[in-house]
Design a protein around this ligand. Structure first.
Ligand SMILES: Nc1ncnc2c1ncn2[C@@H]1O[C@H](COP(=O)(O)OP(=O)(O)OP(=O)(O)O)[C@@H](O)[C@H]1O
Ligand SMILES: O=c1[nH]c(=O)c2[nH+]cn([C@@H]3O[C@H](COP(=O)(O)O)[C@@H](O)[C@H]3O)c2[nH]1
Ligand SMILES: NC(=O)CC[C@H](N)C(=O)O
Ligand SMILES: [Mg+2]
Length: 510
């Protein structure tokens, strides 16, 4: 196991950001819910306690026994974490007279202290709290203050235990990164060796160790980043004992099936293309409810995949492109979120297949997956491909699905995406696509009345797809795309642009 920082999660909205900041320092870290705090092991070099929506004054609030860490490795409490350490040691945490959300500036700093050594006076920090530490326990010293908050940061004398009221993990804390570096590198002594190259080398060894010398692995490939990077890693570890399966569900974009297969062959991957369009169309026939469509697609994926996997004799493993946010969400302190959309998942294979699961990307965030892909030589067009949903165009055709509608949408979508590429706008938006609406509208073309379909263009900016804003594409660009679609795609006489953010809308329309 690499050296690591343990992050105990108390349910803060910023916990993943703490992990992001530590990973950016090339130090490995893991988030664990406070209810499952692991024992101290040699690889754990320090512990960060996250913030929380709870108040330490509430008898029901999280209050785990931290004695297994305190005094033995450095501990940094952030916001709730800081309040909790002070509260447990006999200090006093009270509701603040004014609740503080937003910017503040440091007005006092003890620069002899390693945590805040190179911060500047007047540095902006981000506050988000309703409680405040009024009285520090014996032995705790203040190392930073703001005009509103005396105890903006503290240190327990003689021990590597620290607390900060503000949030160094958010970018609004202008020297937050420096503070995190001081803790992780100087105080915990981590050596910043967690790099993509290091990850590739150690993961290849680990995969060779886990997967027996004659065992075969099956992997569903989609042409997307996650499954492609997983494939390259596995290929490096076990060569042609990796069997990739790429399913044409009849819902891919124009020329995508051939293009993706071609790219994979070029990478030396052992990939089988399976044309199952008719099966998907049959399963979708007559369905127009979004959830029913998603479920039918998920079911058909499993049937096709199951059948194809059985053709690979001696397969022992199923590989999946699961990434870290998927893992964290399933063990989150906040519990499972309500279902907005049922995401299809080829991973849901029937138990009777008896395959063991291998997930080489489970520890990585999306941008780290891209860095690893880059290290492994994944071509730019796959590496920076916009995300594309597994159910494909079926969730961009509102209402029931027919091959004719898929064909219409494929042509409109190709014009939009090609135009984005040609104008260099493709890399500036996070995801783009076209929606085929279940309505017709009146138009006039060459003096004749038309009564044809409407499409909506969708382009968003985002960091992780959880929230998104509509992309402010230039009017001239939109005008050009609209013209091209209406002139070149027979059956569409009107183009609109979707200007909804997420939330309250979602990126896909179904
Ligand atoms: N057409 C397909 N054929 C085979 N497997 C598929 C197909 N579409 C999706 N999958 C499987 O479903 C998984 C989930 O898809 P998802 O879109 O979340 O990830 P991805 O396609 O690998 O990457 P990205 O998020 O960049 O699109 C994929 O990793 C892949 O294993
Ligand atoms: O693999 C996938 N299977 C699915 O069922 C699925 N549904 C939505 N998406 C993608 O997820 C992101 C967020 O989409 P929404 O804002 O529409 O929920 C966007 O990037 C969507 O394209 C899916 N990806
Ligand atoms: N961001 C936080 O951790 C807040 C801690 C606590 N709920 C407070 O309001 O002070
Ligand atoms: Mg995908």
């Amino acid at each position: 196991m690499p050296q690591q920082i343990l992050i105990l999660d108390f349910g803060s909205q910023y916990t993943q950001l703490i992990a992001r900041r530590i990973r950016e320092l090339n130090v490995y870290c893991e988030i664990h819910p406070y209810t499952h705090a692991p024992d101290l092991t040699e690889d754990i070099r320090g512990v960060v306690l996250s913030g929380s929506p709870c108040s330490v004054r509430d008898p029901e609030a999280p209050n785990p026994d931290l004695s297994r860490y305190l005094g033995r490795v450095p501990v940094l409490g952030i916001c709730y974490g800081a309040q909790l350490l002070a509260h447990q040691a006999g200090g006093e945490v009270l509701p603040a007279t004014i609740r503080e959300y937003g910017r503040a500036r440091l007005s006092h700093l003890d620069r002899s202290n390693a945590l805040v050594r190179d911060l500047s006076l007047d540095s902006q920090v981000w506050m988000s709290h309703g409680d405040t530490i009024k009285v520090l326990p014996a032995g705790f010293e203040i190392i930073a203050s703001t005009p509103e908050v005396d105890v903006a940061a503290y240190h327990l004398e003689g021990q590597p235990t620290y607390g900060i009221q503000f949030h160094p993990e958010v970018t609004h804390s202008s020297e937050g990164k420096t503070l995190m570096r001081n803790f992780v590198v100087d105080i915990c002594g981590c050596d910043q060796s967690w790099t993509p190259e290091h990850f590739v080398d150690s993961m290849v060894l680990a995969l060779q160790h886990t997967i027996g010398p004659d065992e075969k692995v099956i992997l569903g490939l989609s042409g997307g980043v996650d499954s492609s990077v997983a494939a390259l890693l596995l290929h490096r570890a076990i060569g042609d004992r990796l069997y990739g399966i790429f399913v044409d569900n009849g819902l891919l974009r124009k020329d995508e099936y051939e293009g993706v297969l071609h790219a994979y062959k070029g990478l030396g991957l052992n990939v089988q293309g399976v044309n199952a369009s008719q099966e998907f169309y049959s399963a979708l026939a007559g369905l127009s409810d979004p959830e029913q469509k998603r479920k039918a697609i998920g079911r058909t994926f499993i049937e096709v995949f199951d059948r194809e996997a059985h053709k690979v004799e001696g397969a022992k493993w199923l590989a999946q492109g699961t990434i870290y946010p998927d893992v964290i969400e399933s063990v989150s302190v906040k519990g499972p979120a309500v279902t907005i959309k049922s995401h299809h998942n080829v991973g849901g294979l029937p138990d009777r297949m008896n395959l063991k699961i291998v997930e080489p990307l489970r520890a990585l965030f999306k941008d780290e997956v891209r860095q690893v892909g880059d290290t492994l030589g994944l071509p730019h067009n796959i590496l920076h491909r916009h995300p594309f949903p597994g159910p494909g165009l079926a969730i961009r055709i509102l209402g029931d699905i027919t091959p004719q509608k898929v064909d219409l949408l494929q042509r409109a979508d190709a014009i939009f995406i090609d135009s984005l590429r040609q104008t260099g706008l493709y890399d500036q938006v996070w995801q783009a696509g076209v929606m085929l609406l279940p309505i017709q509208s009146v138009g006039v073309m060459g003096d004749e009345r038309t009564y044809e379909q409407v499409v909506a263009l969708r382009a968003v900016t985002s960091v992780d797809g959880m929230t998104a804003d509509w992309a402010h594409l230039p009017y001239d660009f939109l005008a050009d795309v609209s013209n091209k679609i209406i002139n070149q795609v027979r059956g569409i006489n009107r183009v609109v642009y979707d200007i909804s953010s997420k939330p309250p809308a979602t990126i896909e329309w179904e």
